[in-house]
Ligand binder design. Structure first.
Ligand SMILES: Cc1ncc(COP(=O)(O)O)c(C=O)c1O
Length: 401
């Protein structure tokens, strides 16, 4: 296992990425996900060992994280059992647990996205067979305390790090203290697909072998991320290229009647549960400078927070050492309006987790309802320069004015 420690203050990526005159003139587009730069396809030797979870001794790569949740639950023998799950969740991870035969029971999460440990322990009942923990936006839940609760109750812990690739609690990587760690790669790095199931405990057995990732879907996602890179860097010309490329891809897909397996969708698809990660994703991941990504994300998060905390109280007042933030969770009163106004200024945002799984009684968790109503996901990813973050913050200020 290799944890990442990052020297600060942060320089981030050495030079500002090359941009066109149109871009510099102010017509910017800031995508919500990192884009695929052509040089990332060129194999290179990295002097440092890859960090956890890439260095994990026992890891199974999947097409997406939901497959890892499903097979992890099966590996733990949780069919027919109750699993305690945070009330603040995406919904697809709960669907994956249900598909594996689990019955979710929900635990309080407070307005700072912290799991309520008293509620967690109080809800452990005779039918409970596992604890499911989610690290939100890269910020750690207190794994030592959670492990202690699990030890007292004799239960395994599944650590969902779908939103927390590279993140550490101080020196300890997230996903290492749970019996299982689940990761989604494509939310943090520009790979066309990829999730990991990391097995940390002494668990016997293996999940079934994976099926190869569909080539057409992999090519289509990678092509989309490269076109997004052009649009990000080249202003109007890049946008035109992206629109044209997308139209062409749709036409080709339609004509060839190729079944497309999309990433980032809302629902669990049992037909895709055995799909593995593509070789292209593994190759891109091996070419990346992981430390630089963490450094850039931390720098951008801090720059955003310094400007935005005067407009709205931050969900996480501090950025603890080791955290690799996935996005800036901005609390606003009208997500739809702010999202629309930012889009008009070329800033892509994500309406983060507006609804949960229908089995979760929303009225029992008012803080979660508040987060679902108010959190808009603002990009702070590694492609963005300090100038881009300043543009983002200007756009938020103008949009709220
Ligand atoms: C907390 C959490 N777990 C699991 C997943 C599933 O990730 P994937 O889309 O890679 O299946 C998501 C998806 O957003 C998520 O937010």
């Amino acid at each position: 296992m290799v944890a990442m420690t990052v020297a600060e203050p942060l320089a981030g990526p050495a030079a500002a990425p090359p941009r066109s005159a149109a871009w510099r003139a102010g017509r910017r587009w800031l995508p919500c996900l990192p884009t695929l730069w052509p040089e990332m396809l060129v194999p290179r030797r990295r002097p440092e060992a890859p960090p956890f979870p890439f260095s994990a001794g026992r890891a199974r790569p999947y097409y997406f994280a939901r497959n890892a949740v499903f097979h992890g639950a099966r590996l733990l023998g949780l069919a027919g059992a109750e699993v305690l799950v945070p009330a603040y969740h995406h919904g697809v991870e709960v669907e994956a647990l249900e598909a594996a035969g689990c019955q979710p029971a929900f635990v309080r999460v407070n307005a700072r996205m912290e799991l309520d440990l008293e509620d967690l322990e109080a809800r452990v009942g005779p039918r409970t067979r596992a604890l499911y923990v989610i690290h939100y936006a890269g910020f750690p839940q207190p794994m030592r305390e959670i492990r202690e609760i699990a030890r007292r109750a004799g239960l395994p812990v599944v650590e969902d790090c779908a939103l927390a690739l590279y993140s550490c609690d101080g020196p300890v990587p997230l996903g290492l203290l749970g019996d299982l760690g689940v990761f989604c790669l494509y939310k943090t790095i520009p790979v066309p697909n990829g999730g990991l199931l990391v097995v940390n405990g002494e668990l016997a057995g293996e999940p079934p072998p994976v099926l190869p990732a569909p080539l057409a879907s992999t090519a289509s996602h990678a092509g989309g991320a490269m076109l997004a890179n052009a649009a990000f860097r080249l202003g109007d010309a890049g946008q035109a290229l992206r629109q044209g490329g997308r139209r062409l891809a749709r036409a080709v897909r339609g004509a060839a009647r190729v079944e497309h397996v999309s990433t980032g969708t809302m629902h669990f698809d049992p037909g895709a549960v055995d799909l593995g990660m593509s070789r292209l994703s593994a190759a891109i991941a091996a070419n990346l400078d992981h430390r630089e990504i963490v450094a850039a994300r931390r720098r951008n998060y801090r720059l955003a927070q310094a400007r935005l905390e005067t407009l709205s109280p931050p969900v996480h007042p501090e950025l603890p050492p080791g955290v690799c933030p996935l996005f800036y969770p901005f609390l606003c009163d009208d997500k739809d309006r702010l999202k629309r106004r930012l889009a008009a200024r070329g800033v892509e945002t994500v309406d983060f987790w507006r609804t949960g799984h229908p089995a979760c009684p929303a009225e029992r968790f008012p803080e979660v309802a508040m987060l679902r109503r108010r959190v808009l996901e603002l990009p702070i990813h590694q492609d963005l320069s300090p100038e881009d973050v300043a543009y983002l913050c200007d756009a938020v200020e103008e949009s709220l004015a």
